[in-house]
Ligand binder design. Structure first.
Ligand code: PLP
Length: 390
């Protein structure tokens, strides 16, 4: 029985590991197409190659991101591996340039996999005072001639917004490709491929799935030659999103735009609330005029919002006092806003910065808040009550 016969209105969940190819002739043609098709063949052979439930969700993401193709994988890290590995070509591999203000796991991937195990010529572009010096970036592009620049439009956890238009212009001038991790920005705020980026990755574990119950990643692009490379790498490196997870992701994606708008509205309201609170030292939120890259955020996102993440510092007279207050604040919120090391869920969650990023950010009073889609007044009451107890 197929979907049409039972009048199903959703793409069914196909759990098959392999598909029924019926006869030798069809088998021969299907395997030949895997090699000879210029981009992506239509036939389903084996789920690690391609699965109809997964393909249906890839189409949803293509629409969101405005891309010609999207490939789902099992984690955001797998999407990063897929994005960069297609440019690895033995001795002909050119240098790669990564911004340093990216997710800590991405920096660990660079150190542990790309440098330590693959011995690749990888360079870092630093933002020493929380802002990128694009004249320095230009010098690096001239000196290194990298194959690609990799960055996050909104960085984690300090929420630095890159001057993306200038970076894209520099990349064009020096014929360097651009890979954007758009997990924090999401296609609701910015669609990098429409502005000339080469590839976009997401940890779909975060806002795209949005409920903290799926681990997934996706790579999107417009270049069809890169699609062929990416399909090949995904298939043989064994990156694959299970059809069950893809099915649930497809359902949860339908509310993503609505959810993300609410995340942005709530985050703006909470950032403003915290900024005027006497027990808060400073708030980092790209939507606030006080944020060092507020102008970049306005230029890039216009009036669409500024994301769902707010980072703030609790006041204290010494490092020890800040640490104690930070711990007390976390404990006071335990029943409402738990400490969970992820982000982008419907429920608000928080993460103290020092225990996770202490080596890079030794900031004992700083908390990264992933603002959920709860009633904003309730959120203010929870946070206000916790601050009152300090
Ligand atoms: N990119 C960003 C910005 C992230 O925050 C994360 C995880 O936190 C990842 C990528 C990795 O995603 P995953 O945990 O789904 O592998």
């Amino acid at each position: 029985m197929n979907k049409k016969e039972i009048n199903a209105s959703h793409t069914p969940l196909y759990r098959e590991a392999g598909f029924n190819l019926k006869n030798s002739q069809r088998t021969k043609e299907a395997f030949a197409a895997e090699i000879n098709h210029p981009h992506e063949p239509d036939d389903y052979i084996y789920s690690r190659y391609r699965n109809p439930t997964v393909v249906a969700v890839e189409k949803q993401i293509m629409e969101l991101e405005g891309s010609k193709w999207a490939l789902l994988v099992e984690t955001g890290m797998a999407a990063i591996d897929l994005a960069v590995s297609i440019f690895q070509k033995g001795k002909e591999t050119r240098p790669w340039l990564f911004f340093h203000e990216i997710y800590g796991g991405s920096n660990s991937f660079i150190d542990s996999v790309l440098i330590k195990r693959r011995n690749l010529d990888v360079h870092r572009f630093y933002a020493p005072k929380g802002q990128y010096d694009l004249a320095e970036l230009e010098r690096m592009l001239i000196a290194i001639k990298p194959e690609f620049i990799y960055f996050e439009a909104v960085s984690n956890p300090m929420l630095i917004v890159a001057d993306v238009k200038k970076i894209l212009n520099l990349a064009k001038k020096y014929q360097t490709k651009i890979i954007v991790d758009n997990t924090f920005g999401t296609p609701e705020l910015w669609k990098p491929l429409l502005d000339g980026a080469t590839l976009v990755i997401h940890s779909a574990t975060k806002y795209l799935s949005g409920h903290g119950n799926i681990t997934a990643g996706v790579l999107c692009g417009n270049d069809m030659d890169l699609l062929k490379e990416a399909i090949e790498y995904r298939k043989w490196a064994g990156h694959f999103l299970s059809p069950d997870d893809a099915y649930r992701l497809g359902t949860q994606l339908k509310t993503f735009p609505l959810r993300f708008q609410k995340h942005c509205q709530n985050a703006m309201a909470i950032a403003e609330y915290l900024e005027q609170h006497p027990k808060i030292e400073y708030v980092l939120y790209p939507g606030l005029k006080s944020h060092p890259t507020h102008q970049e955020a306005v230029d890039l996102f216009g009036d669409k919002g500024f994301g769902g993440m707010v980072t703030f510092d609790i006041k204290g007279n010494s490092e020890e006092e800040k640490r104690e207050k930070c711990n007390a604040f976390v404990a006071a919120l335990e029943d409402h806003i738990p400490l969970v090391p992820t982000l982008g869920e419907a429920d608000s969650i928080l993460l103290p910065v020092e225990p996770v990023w202490g080596a890079k950010y030794p900031l004992p009073g700083v908390i990264r808040l992933s603002v959920g889609i709860e009633n904003v007044d309730t959120l203010k009451i929870w946070i206000g009550n916790a601050l009152k107890q300090l």
